[in-house]
Design a protein around this ligand. Structure first.
Ligand SMILES: [Mg+2]
Length: 431
């Protein structure tokens, strides 16, 4: 049902021109027409653009950064703009971008994204792309709320009914992973991820390799032959030992190995892939479709893990996912972050054919003081049943943010940093 309201008679004599506002009760925003009654046609259609009126940033424990955009319609969109360990820098970057946002029409997401990416001359990298990512998520949240639809409905619609998820076990220095994996299996998960090693030198002792194998063997023993085991090398392993470790892990049939070497050394992936029959995952430290383009060209990778809060948000990761599909590469978005980033991931997973499994950070070792669901009012929507989560239900990203808690946390902004590790000779080790 569309209501009409004459707001101005422009010209009373024929051709009679009358300005009419049509108010669609399903939409917040009025559409104004100038109507020619002689010809019976509208001769001008004017959609009054919604405007962004405020951009607010918040730092919240354990180590996250949220951004909230508000519109002159009273809509509020939330995003997660953070680079773990550089949260204040990303916050400053979002605030520096405020001038491009206030007064802009939030429905023009592609245009805003392109402005933030291209119009600043310099582009890319973790800080700027994380800022854009959080803003992009917030824009999609607004668009979803405007159309009263979950975001995945606006980016192609669902191509699955649920999303498979996995859980972290073992912490930074993995131990007792057999028992931890069994606990997760009892909770219904069909897969877990763990860090493979602690510090590992370019050339290191096989004692450390044996320790990894023992841990993976413990999970196999406690959870059976077909339980999913993902092993994150975390960029801690250099090429010489990566080949050794990957080859030896083969006997345990892992679901995948992750970041066997850093993406800075992406040309090594085909060589590592040729050493083992294990799917290789990577991509949490790549920031755009151009970064991923190089990865796809180099080859050797089976699963990409773009981070919705680092790789340009929903707009960019949808494109990266489509590029991956054309290479027959799977998608498993990286998400050791909070509820808004997770909801953004789930909307992309829902609508991306090659999405296979989703990371989430409930119970992860990083989450000290606060956790994912603390910031969520609609916790039931994030229930994990038999290792799967249902698609987001609510308009927008699907998170009702507990703003009171966000404001309270922001009073004393966290200063989370990852530990600095050193090898026994005193040199810096990758964490
Ligand atoms: Mg990782």
């Amino acid at each position: 049902m569309i209501n009409h309201e004459v707001i101005q008679v422009i010209q009373a004599a024929p051709p009679t021109l009358i300005r009419i506002v049509r108010i669609n009760p399903r939409l917040v925003r009025p559409v104004i027409y100038i109507y020619n009654f002689v010809k019976g046609n509208s001769i001008e259609r004017l959609v009054v653009a919604m405007k962004i009126v405020s951009v607010d940033t918040y730092l919240v424990r354990p180590r996250w950064g949220f951004v909230e955009l508000q519109t002159d319609d009273g809509l509020s969109g939330w995003g997660e703009a953070v680079l773990e360990g550089r949260a204040s820098t990303v916050r400053a970057c979002v605030e520096e971008m405020r001038g491009y946002l206030v007064g802009a029409d939030p429905m023009r997401i592609e245009d805003i994204w392109t402005t933030l990416y291209r119009a600043g001359f310099y582009r890319g990298g973790g800080v700027m792309m994380s800022a854009i990512s959080g803003i992009d998520q917030a824009l999609w949240d607004i668009k979803g709320k405007f159309f009263s639809a979950p975001v995945y409905q606006l980016i192609g619609g669902a191509c699955r009914d649920t999303v498979r998820i996995y859980s972290w076990i073992g912490g930074d220095r993995p131990s007792d992973v057999g028992a931890a994996a069994k606990e997760k299996m009892a909770e219904g998960f069909s897969a877990v991820k763990m860090n493979g090693t602690e510090e590992l030198q370019y050339i290191d002792s096989h004692e450390k390799i044996d320790a990894v194998l023992e841990r993976v063997a413990a999970i196999r023993e406690s959870c059976g032959k077909y339980f999913g085991i993902a092993i994150d090398f975390h960029g801690r392993v250099h090429r010489p030992m990566a080949k050794v470790l990957a080859k030896k892990l083969e006997e345990f049939d892992p679901m995948f190995i992750e970041e066997p070497v850093l993406c800075e050394n992406m040309e090594c992936f085909p060589e590592i892939a040729s050493c083992c029959n294990i799917p290789i995952a990577t991509g949490e430290r790549l920031f755009s479709r151009w970064d991923f383009k190089r990865l796809f060209q180099v080859g050797g990778v089976d699963i990409i893990q773009p981070d919705l809060s680092h790789a340009g948000g929903i707009t960019e990761v949808k494109k990266i996912a489509a590029m991956a599909e054309a290479y027959d590469i799977a998608l498993a978005p990286h998400c050791p972050l909070g509820p808004i980033a997770l909801a953004a991931c789930l909307n992309v997973d829902a609508s991306s054919y090659n999405a296979v499994i989703q990371e989430q950070s409930i119970g992860i070792h990083y989450n000290v003081g606060k956790s994912v669901l603390d910031y969520v009012q609609n916790r039931d929507d994030f229930a994990f049943v038999d290792g799967y989560v249902k698609l987001p239900k609510r308009p927008g990203l699907g998170v009702e943010v507990n703003k009171e808690l966000v404001l309270e946390e922001n009073e004393k902004p966290h200063e989370w940093k990852n530990p600095v590790w050193r090898h026994t000779d005193g040199s810096i080790a990758e964490w």
